[in-house]
Design a protein around this ligand. Structure first.
Ligand SMILES: Nc1ncnc2c1ncn2[C@@H]1O[C@H](COP(=O)(O)OP(=O)(O)OP(=O)(O)O)[C@@H](O)[C@H]1O
Ligand SMILES: [Mg+2]
Length: 417
């Protein structure tokens, strides 16, 4: 079977070579390794002349694919074998997370594609028709993007207040997310609320725009940057990719990394570890307070830029606990010995602080700071959501949920002094 080639702009970076059972090897091109600006595809696939043997290359690629129902729908529609990153990215590797383009051609493909406007009415009709947008955009416009995650979404260029899809290997600049498909989920409003709240609290987040009808969350991609009229790709990888872990293990209780290992990853590789470690702890505290139990290791990434490796802005922030049984009651990471927020004791915090090597009380201090700013901004973030989307009833549910959790942490958990 033919290799799949990896490109950064016009440069060939390396090749993935499959054997007959689709096991993948990866080797960097020598010219890439010798280039003074070269950077690795992943911390799990360091720059080296020697071949990277299976399974690491396959694991990295698998993490670029959509998950669960979205992956199954695309595989069935395009008659692709189940769970084959090679086959999937041969079809849909031209617009992926990070700086690279994947293609079966030996030479770099042109990044010139077409921008096609997608009227909001078309999107609304597709949603009302019960279609999966990821699949329907691919089928209608022949888009070539692949994006991780279990939620329905598609890659777009958002320009002058209009939604466009990019064809060929033209880079998308935004992600459009639609509501989760259970009745009245309002996840778009929920995520908008949480992203805006995070911004108020001082976490770094990408710019988000809310389109109330049809409910769409437009998220600016931090792995793209405009240089004049051209869009450049910036590299990123999530914490599963960086540690050679498959997407099926993104949760700690399925064998994935916990807080300590992720903290260590930042400590070892960030070019500004002090800032990024602090931001990581703030992200944990924020997620605990808003009830984002889905804050797993694919919901946090590293961004590679001009020889720097930094924690990427935070994304996919959602208060999942407002939905009660629809999402897991367990926090994605253990806090000391527990994943239940109402079972966290002082001793659990001490275990956490000890395991990451910070002084006693450090995490509590962060919790106190974050909770104070959250409490100060909850009402105005809700008001601004409701001003833009008067039909958003989830704002009051989130505000109630977060206030309950804050009260609990203050009273019973001894977590917030
Ligand atoms: N602003 C952004 N810029 C660049 N890449 C992003 C951005 N937001 C998300 N991504 C990438 O897209 C992927 C999917 O996004 P997101 O996590 O929001 O989707 P999801 O389907 O809600 O995920 P999950 O399965 O965790 O619920 C992320 O794992 C990340 O690689
Ligand atoms: Mg996600």
């Amino acid at each position: 079977m033919n290799p799949l080639y990896l490109f950064y702009e016009k440069k060939r970076v390396g090749a993935f070579t499959p054997d007959e059972s689709l096991r993948l090897e990866f080797q960097y091109d020598e010219t890439w390794i010798k280039w003074s600006e070269a950077f690795p595809l992943s911390l799990s696939l360091p720059l080296q002349k020697a071949v990277h043997l299976h399974p690491r290359p396959a694991i990295f690629l698998e993490n670029l694919l959509p998950e669960e129902k979205i992956r199954r729908t695309i595989e069935q529609a395009y008659k692709l074998p189940k769970d084959s990153p090679y086959q999937f990215l041969k079809e849909f590797g031209e617009d992926i997370a990070g700086a690279f383009v994947i293609s079966e051609h030996e030479e770099a493909v042109s990044q010139a594609g077409q921008l096609i406007e997608v009227p909001l009415q078309t999107i609304e009709d597709a949603i009302e028709d019960g279609q999966q947008l990821y699949q329907s955009m691919t089928a209608t416009y022949g888009t070539k993007f692949s994006l991780a995650g279990a939620q329905d979404k598609f890659c777009i260029v958002y320009q002058d207040g209009k939604v466009h899809v990019a064809t060929g290997s033209a880079p998308s600049t935004h992600i459009a997310k639609v509501n989760l498909d259970f009745r009245n989920s309002q996840t778009v409003f929920n995520e908008y609320f949480c992203m805006k709240l995070a911004e108020k609290v001082g976490l770094s987040v990408p710019e988000v725009v809310l389109i109330p009808k049809p409910a769409l969350l437009i998220i600016k991609r931090f792995d793209r940057t405009a240089q004049g009229r051209t869009v450049k790709r910036i590299h990123q990888e999530d914490f599963c990719q960086a540690q050679g872990i498959a997407s099926g293990q993104k949760y700690e209780d399925r064998g994935g990394p916990g807080i300590t290992r992720n903290y260590e990853l930042i400590r070892q590789h960030s070019t500004q570890p002090i800032k990024d470690l602090e931001a990581f702890l703030d992200w944990i505290a924020f997620n605990l307070i808003i009830g984002n139990n889905d804050s797993h290791s694919k919901n946090i990434s590293l961004l590679y830029h001009e020889k720097n490796i930094r924690l990427a802005p935070f994304y996919d922030l959602l208060s999942t606990t407002v939905y009660e049984r629809r999402f897991s009651p367990d926090f994605a990471f253990k806090i000391g010995s527990t994943t239940r927020y109402d079972a966290i004791r002082r001793s659990d915090i001490q275990i956490l602080e000890k395991s990451i090597g910070v002084r006693d009380g450090k995490f509590l201090k962060n919790m106190a700071r974050i909770s104070e700013t959250i409490a100060a901004h909850l009402a105005d973030v809700r008001a601004s959501l409701e001003e833009q989307a008067p039909m958003a009833t989830i704002g009051s549910r989130i505000e109630h949920e977060v206030r309950q959790r804050l009260k609990h942490f203050r009273k019973h958990g001894h977590i917030i002094p």
